[in-house]
Design a protein around this ligand. Structure first.
Ligand code: ADP
Length: 485
């Protein structure tokens, strides 16, 4: 089968689709089958520079549009995304690998950001502050920060784009987006929607590339870029945030996690195991909110573990297009090797396998990067998996005895993104939500996220929040005006 070349190129700069200036291209492939899905334009630093110039040229006029005009474009984009939901979900499953049902959920979530910020745009209010002097007034204006450079990951290839672009547009900022090299076609599909929704030329610009570093360098070094919004690994995020700090650019970075999932003996272990199975194996474990350490109070460990094993045994891995499959492929070979390293190290240091533990092969599985849903028991702090983010379908179980002990263990990580607690004790729920050094806490809740709520990380998991009112503030400057009458 011939590989479709995306007509006219996949760079979107100043309202026009085009090829990279040097004519380079790269391929997008299906991680379940190895099949090539399309040929996309491979932007260089010069292309990124042209995109930044287009965004800068469009900035002043876009900032002057009314919030009602910007809101109406976002509503329109939401309508188009909803109409094309099935098409987008199928593309996402093909390009990223998640099961179709999960892809449909993600498209809905992506649309939620469009509509949430369409509404929030109308509430970019200023303030009047009384002065001690009768002849003086203070005004506070909230204005767009200016050109935003956005860098997004492959694991949520559509919603991570709308989570940044929708608030930036609502605030009156122009944007240059660099999507992950693994999922450029999803970004192209989102940009077609935004274009059709009526975003004016230059206001949104897309640079697909297989070489992120030079594009990232352009974002950092161009004085016209005022803000960097990044979602991805802690390593790259820290490097970019460091570069932004030395130039005093605004940053929002949402990075890795190492979520504790804590099950107390006053909770129903069966319900907790059901929750653990759902959130641990979400997107084949490739989400920054996936539990990486499952702490279970010793007295309920056996019941919890039996139920988790029962649920894991029912998880079928394979191509996400087949509704029978709940576990899709990992994104690439390096991820597969990381699973083997984490599991191998844990077993060598005394952990035991209660399920899975190896790559899945045979038949169609050979063409993709499939790893068996895995349960490790007796995991200890010396193991790599206790410290490093796994980003795959491996559930490490760790027993604990007391509340104080588990709080200390849970916080013993450089990360601070998501955390989960199962308890029926109200006092304990409050103590835990206050003591956990994580910016998102689910109490008997495995889905504590919404476009309407502020999401982000503490400690090495990031800076800033996305979604909610806070998600819009990230794209606004606060200007103080003193006025003598
Ligand atoms: P992962 O390991 O999950 O792919 P990365 O942090 O490498 O996480 O990727 C997240 C995003 O960051 C992707 O869009 C990727 O292209 C981009 N990226 C990776 N390295 C750099 C870099 N040096 N400069 C700018 N962006 C980068």
């Amino acid at each position: 089968m011939g590989v479709p070349r995306i007509d006219g190129g996949t760079l979107f700069i100043d309202g026009r689709w085009g090829e990279a200036a040097g004519g380079s291209t790269f391929e997008s492939t299906n991680p379940a089958t190895g099949e090539r899905l399309g040929i996309v334009s491979d932007a260089s630093r010069d292309d990124a520079s042209a995109a930044v110039a287009a965004a800068a040229a469009a900035q002043a006029a876009w900032a002057q549009t009314t919030v009602y005009e910007r809101s109406s474009i976002l509503y329109q984009a939401h309508r188009l995304m909803t109409e094309r939901a099935e098409e987008l979900a199928q593309l996402m499953t093909a390009e990223q690998g998640k099961p179709l049902r999960a892809a449909r959920n993600e498209v809905r979530y992506a649309g939620d950001f469009l509509i949430w910020f369409a509404e929030e745009a109308k509430r970019i209010n200023g303030e009047v502050i009384p002065s001690a002097n009768s002849g003086q007034r203070f005004l506070v204006l909230r204005q767009p920060v200016g050109v935003v450079a956005a860098i997004t990951p492959w694991n949520y290839p559509i919603s991570m784009i709308t989570r940044k672009v929708a608030p930036a547009l609502a605030a009156g900022c122009t944007v240059v987006l660099k999507p992950a090299e693994q999922t450029p076609l999803c970004a192209v599909a989102v940009f077609r929607i935004l274009e059709e929704a009526g975003v004016p030329p230059g206001v949104i610009n897309l640079v697909t590339t297989s070489a992120p570093a030079p594009v990232g360098a352009e974002f950092l070094e161009s004085a016209r870029v005022r803000k960097l919004s990044f979602t991805g690994s802690t390593e790259v995020g820290m490097q970019l945030a460091g570069g932004a700090a030395s130039r005093m650019k605004r940053v929002s970075v949402e990075l890795g996690g190492h979520a504790p999932f804590i099950v107390f003996d006053d909770a129903d272990p069966v319900r907790a195991a059901k929750g653990a199975a759902l959130v641990k194996f979400l997107n084949t474990g490739q989400a920054c909110i996936c539990p990486n350490r499952i702490f279970v109070q010793s007295s309920v460990m056996d019941r919890f573990r039996a139920e988790l094993e029962h649920r894991v045994a029912a998880l079928h891995a394979g191509n996400g297009m087949d509704p029978a499959n709940a576990i899709g492929p990992l994104i690439d070979r390096a991820s597969l090797e990381k699973m083997e390293r984490h599991v191998g190290d844990a077993v060598a240091r005394g952990a035991r396998l209660a399920a899975g533990g190896a790559r899945l092969t045979g038949g169609d599985l050979d063409a993709g990067f499939f790893f068996a849903p895995t349960i490790l028991v007796d995991v200890t702090p010396e193991m790599i998996i206790y410290r490093e983010e796994t980003f795959g379908p491996v559930a490490p179980l760790i027993p604990f005895e007391s509340e104080d002990e588990v709080i200390a263990m849970a916080n013993d990580t450089t990360y601070g993104l998501a955390s989960y607690v199962y308890t029926q004790d109200l006092g304990r729920a409050f103590r835990l939500m206050e003591a956990l050094e994580f910016a998102v806490v689910g109490i008997n809740d495995i889905n504590p996220t919404s476009a309407a709520a502020p999401f982000g990380g503490m400690k090495a998991s990031g800076l800033g929040r996305e979604g909610g009112r806070e998600g819009l503030s990230e794209y606004l400057e606060t200007k103080l005006v003193g006025m003598v009458l």
